[in-house]
Design a protein around this ligand. Structure first.
Ligand SMILES: Cc1ncc(COP(=O)(O)O)c(C=O)c1O
Length: 383
C-alpha cells in the first residue's frame, strides 16, 4: 500500500496548522498600530476575548510566548516571600514553580506522578494546614504528559481561602471548558499557538477581582509585564507597548470564527480528534499514556525499549509529518499528537497512515490496509 506524503502535516501540541484565512491575513501589508483602522480592530478583539475566557474581567494581549504570560500572572500578584503552592505534574509545572522561586517566593510543591491528575484533597489538606498561602498554581493541561487536572474542583477549594488560583491554560483555553468567572479562577493564561490557532507570539491573560486586590498594592518590581500599565493603555484604546498588529488582526478573525461556531462547537471538534486518536491507538497497538487524558493533546506510550526520538525524526524526514516526542523522564518513551488548530479529517487519516508505516519501519507488523480502513470507518461513523 503506498502512503501519500505530499502534504506536510503539523500535528504537534503547538504550534498548530493555521486556518487558510489566517495565512492570508498574516500576509497583508503592514499597518501602523496608531491608526483608526487598528484602533477599531484592537477594541473588537479586547471585547471578544472576554467570550473566549468566559469572563466579565478585562483580558490583556501580551507580545510574548506563553511563558511570558505565565510570568505576567505571577509577577503581578506575587509578593516577596509569599507562600505559594505549586502543583507540579510535568515540565511546565516545574517551570512555573521555578519562576515563583526566582521571584523570591516560599514555594511548596505537590508533586503529582507524571501522567496522573492532581488530587483535590491534597490541595485542600495543604491549604487547611497553611492558611497563609497566597497563591496556588496549576496547569489546566500539563502538555508534557497530555494530562488534564480537575481545575473546577481545585478552584472551589482555593476560593474558600485567601489564596488566588493561577491557571496555565496554554494548552487548554479554547480546547475545553474553563469558564473563568463561574469556576472562580483568579488568573488565566492562554498561548496563541495552541487552540487560539495562530503562530507563536501572543499570550493572553486575565485576572479576577480577588487577584486585582493583590495587584494594586503588590510591591514586587515589574515593568514589561506590569498589568496596571497595560490596563491604563487599554483604557485609552492602546496596548502598553507596540501592538503585534499582524497577530492581533489574525486573532480578530479567529475570535469571530469561534463566535460563529460557538465555544461548545470548538470543544467538540477538538474532542472528536482526541477520541479519534485514542481509537487509533488501539488499532496501532499503542496505549494512551495519561490516566486522565486531555482533549487538546494525546500522548501515546511506545513499547519498552523503543526509541521514540528516532521514530519522531523518521516520521518527520520520511513521512513529512511533525508530531512531538517526550521530555525528560518521558524522552523517547512517548509520542504526542496535538488536536488543536486547523486539522481536516484527511489530515487525521493521513497522520494515522504515516504513523503506521513509520512504526512498521521500526519493526511493527501492522496491516497498513486494515489500519487505513479502520481510520476511514471511524471518521465516517463519527461525523
Ligand atoms: C502548558 C504549557 N505551559 C507553558 C508553555 C510554554 O509556552 P511557550 O513555549 O509559548 O512559552 C507551554 C508550551 O507548550 C505549555 O504547553
Amino acid at each position: 500500500m503506498s502512503i501519500d506524503t505530499s502534504k506536510s502535516l503539523l500535528l504537534a501540541p503547538g504550534p498548530v496548522q493555521l486556518h487558510p484565512e489566517v495565512q492570508k491575513i498574516l500576509s497583508l501589508p503592514m499597518i501602523h498600530h496608531r491608526t483608526p483602522e487598528f484602533d477599531s480592530i484592537l477594541k473588537t478583539v479586547l471585547s471578544d476575548l472576554k467570550t473566549l475566557f468566559v469572563t466579565k474581567e478585562k483580558v490583556f494581549i501580551l507580545s510574548s510566548t506563553g511563558s511570558g504570560g505565565m510570568e505576567a500572572l505571577l509577577i503581578n500578584v506575587i509578593r516577596p516571600k509569599a507562600k505559594v503552592l505549586a502543583i507540579i505534574s510535568g515540565k511546565f509545572g516545574e517551570r512555573w514553580a521555578e519562576m515563583a522561586e526566582i521571584f523570591g517566593a516560599e514555594v511548596h510543591k505537590i508533586n503529582v506522578p507524571w501522567g496522573s491528575a492532581a488530587n483535590v484533597s491534597d490541595v485542600e489538606k495543604f491549604l487547611k494546614e497553611n492558611p497563609d498561602t497566597e497563591i496556588v498554581m496549576s496547569q489546566a493541561c500539563e502538555t508534557s504528559t497530555a494530562t488534564v487536572h480537575p481545575i473546577k474542583e481545585i478552584a472551589e477549594v482555593v476560593a474558600k481561602t485567601k489564596a488566588v488560583f493561577l491557571v496555565d491554560a496554554i494548552t487548554a483555553l479554547g480546547a475545553m471548558p474553563l469558564p473563568m468567572d463561574e469556576w472562580q479562577i483568579d488568573g488565566l493564561v492562554a498561548g496563541s499557538q495552541k487552540a487560539i490557532m495562530l503562530p507563536t507570539g501572543l499570550s493572553l491573560v486575565s485576572f479576577s477581582q480577588k487577584a486585582w486586590a493583590k495587584i494594586k498594592d503588590n510591591p514586587t518590581p515589574r515593568y514589561y509585564f506590569d498589568i496596571r500599565k497595560e490596563l491604563a493603555a487599554n483604557d485609552k484604546g492602546e496596548t502598553f507597548f507596540s501592538s503585534n498588529v499582524a497577530l492581533i488582526r489574525a486573532l480578530d478573525f479567529v475570535l469571530k470564527d469561534i463566535k460563529s461556531t460557538g465555544l461548545e462547537g470548538l470543544f467538540k471538534t477538538i474532542q472528536r480528534r482526541a477520541f479519534y486518536t485514542r481509537a487509533m491507538a488501539s488499532v496501532l497497538g499503542l496505549e494512551v499514556y495519561s490516566k486522565n487524558p486531555s482533549d487538546s493533546v494525546t500522548a501515546l506510550l511506545l513499547p519498552p525499549g523503543f526509541d521514540g526520538a528516532k521514530l519522531r525524526e523518521h516520521l518527520e524526514k520520511s513521512y513529512n509529518v511533525t508530531v512531538m516526542g517526550g521530555q525528560d523522564q518521558l524522552k523517547g518513551k512517548i509520542i504526542r499528537l496535538g488536536h488543536m488548530g486547523y486539522i481536516t479529517d484527511q489530515d487525521l487519516h493521513q497522520t494515522t497512515e504515516r504513523l503506521a508505516a513509520g512504526l512498521n519501519d521500526f519493526g511493527f507488523s501492522l496491516d497498513l490496509q486494515k489500519v487505513s480502513d479502520s481510520s476511514l470507518h471511524w471518521l465516517k461513523e463519527h461525523r
